[in-house]
Design a protein. Sequence first.
Length: 274
Amino acid sequence: MDFQDKTAVITGGATGIGLALARQMGSAGARIILFEPRENRLQEAVERLSGEGMDAKYFVGDVRELADVEALADYAWIEHGRADIIVNNAGIGGSMKSVIDTDPAEARRIFEVNFWGMWNGISVFGKRFKTDEKPSAIYSVASENALFNAFPFGGGAYVASKHAIFGLMDVLRRSAPDWLKTGVIIPGWVKSEISEFNNSVPDTMDTDAFAQIIFKQMLADEYYLVSHSYNVPRFDERYDEMKEAFAKYAPRYDGDDQYDVQKYFERMQAERER
């Protein structure tokens, strides 16, 4: 996608990955609108971007509130005629207790932001994009925790929310028209304010360096936007284990596609078209 003269809305954009991606897009000529609840942080971010010569604005709100996301879209259309890009970046960390010991209310809190907040962004902006039918893009920030469990312990609600985002974006991708670009951003360990731990460990990837890697893939219209190469051995561990289970208890045989859901729908579609 060409970002020149496009309007990019970034949720959770005042700090971390959101702000770093804003700098990349803004440097490429995009108009930036940042969105999150903390107005003081938004003001700081916009001052920084504006000081670097970028067209940057902000709107205060909470991704958990559908009315706030609708108001954000209204603001983008009023200020710039429309939005062209939504980056669903807002997210929070949470309890590192075991799944059994995690308070269900805490798990719901994480899902309200990490999953339903992204759902709101996709739904609100997607419907407006659908009305316009102009070149547009929806990106959502998942995690390496969407591919495997990166934590040696705990984090069940966070990991589950990122798996949910990964699945949601895959469904969206399959139904997206040609004029709508979609992408799932898969950070590994990147410096951010999602937890104090991320900022205190020296081996985490620099946020701006991460954004540079991801932005090159946005320009190339990639769907999987990736950064940390050691993710491959980790998700191979998961899929190798699954393949072993299938090889042992559900090995391939001639005609096993009888139970394949996609092929079933293909057959039904073919019959309707006769």
